[in-house]
Design a protein around this ligand. Structure first.
Ligand code: ZN
Length: 244
């Protein structure tokens, strides 16, 4: 239940009807039985998705899109301005590691090829080529250990009863929490600053008391994690560096 601004969303409840001349280059139309209004979203891959409600028509949807070209252009501009992570990681690449953009450096000579990211040292098959698959596997392994331990620690501090902690590869969320007490965390949180990682853990822990995002829920979050708002801001600004 935790999605932090991975989509820009426009809802026709606050429509400003303005026309723009040129239609958008890549747009798909999707019919939804559940949707009650026409809706336009911009996916991470740059494709705009227009949702047609149950009783709507594609013709109306096209008009809706045309009326919201201004919004779409602004959304595309915002998307283009978001920081982007490198897709391949040769030695020398800067990657987000424990909250800082950190250079992948070759470690001091040893028998085996190793690289370091700040204070962490990782074995790699070779010092040439794309190190991303190897390093991300190391990150996941560390994430399972560190994020799990930290969750148990913060559960004890806040007096929450957690049944199980899992660390997974989640595509669209930082964490989730089941009513049965299972907390799942995105392994990429290990690349985020400590205060952000702790905020997500606190957020999920507080869901054990409030399975919603009500004012009562946020009051509980603020109590255990006073800087939650700056953590949210960090995630909005830098989530794209982590692939979210
Ligand atoms: Zn939540």
């Amino acid at each position: 239940m935790d999605l932090f601004g991975q989509h820009d969303l426009f809802d026709d409840s606050a429509a400003t009807a303005e026309r723009a001349a040129d239609p958008s280059p890549s747009i798909v139309y999707e019919r939804s039985a559940k949707a009650r209004n026409y809706r336009l979203t911009l996916r991470k891959d740059g494709v705009a998705v227009a949702v047609i409600p149950a009783r709507g028509s594609e013709r109306e949807a096209r008009r809706f899109v045309e009326q919201h070209q201004d919004w779409l252009q602004r959304a595309r501009a915002r998307q283009a301005a978001r920081p982007r992570a490198a897709t391949t990681w040769p030695v020398g690449t800067h990657v987000l590691w424990r909250g800082e953009l950190t250079e992948i450096r070759r470690a001091a000579d040893g028998e085996r090829p190793m690289v370091c990211l700040a204070a962490d040292v990782f074995r790699v098959p070779a010092l040439t080529g794309d190190l991303r698959p190897t390093l991300e596997a190391h990150f996941q392994r560390l994430a399972k250990i560190e994020l799990t331990a930290r969750t148990w620690e913060l559960a004890a501090v806040t007096g929450m009863e957690v049944k199980e902690v899992t660390v997974r590869n989640q595509r669209t969320r930082w964490g989730s929490c089941s009513s049965g007490g299972v907390i799942s965390l995105n392994w990429r949180l290990i690349q985020a600053p400590y205060f952000v990682r702790d905020y997500i853990i606190h957020h999920e822990l507080m869901h054990l008391k409030e399975m919603n995002h009500s004012a009562r829920f946020w009051a509980r979050v603020a109590e255990v994690c006073p800087d939650w708002e700056s953590a949210e801001r960090w995630l909005k600004r830098n989530g794209s560096l982590l692939g979210l």
